[in-house]
Write a protein that binds this ligand. Structure first.
Ligand SMILES: [Zn+2]
Length: 60
């Protein structure tokens, strides 16, 4: 079952509701091996390490 709105929200009402949707700055940590900025709990894209261990081979 889905909700069934009784009245249409006006553009203003809808936009006011969305007015405080803000982009958040992604959390970045420095790779312990190469120092590149990466997302925490992710394999480093630059060198393919995670937890100071090579986990993926980086091509090129
Ligand atoms: Zn790295």
């Amino acid at each position: 079952m889905s909700i069934c709105p009784k009245n249409k929200s006006s553009k203003s009402h809808r936009d006011q509701r969305r007015a405080n949707w803000k982009m958040s700055v992604p959390n970045l940590v420095k790779c312990s091996k190469c120092g590149a900025l990466t997302l925490p709990h992710r394999v480093c894209k630059a060198c393919g390490t995670y937890n100071k261990r090579q986990v993926v081979q980086v091509e090129d």
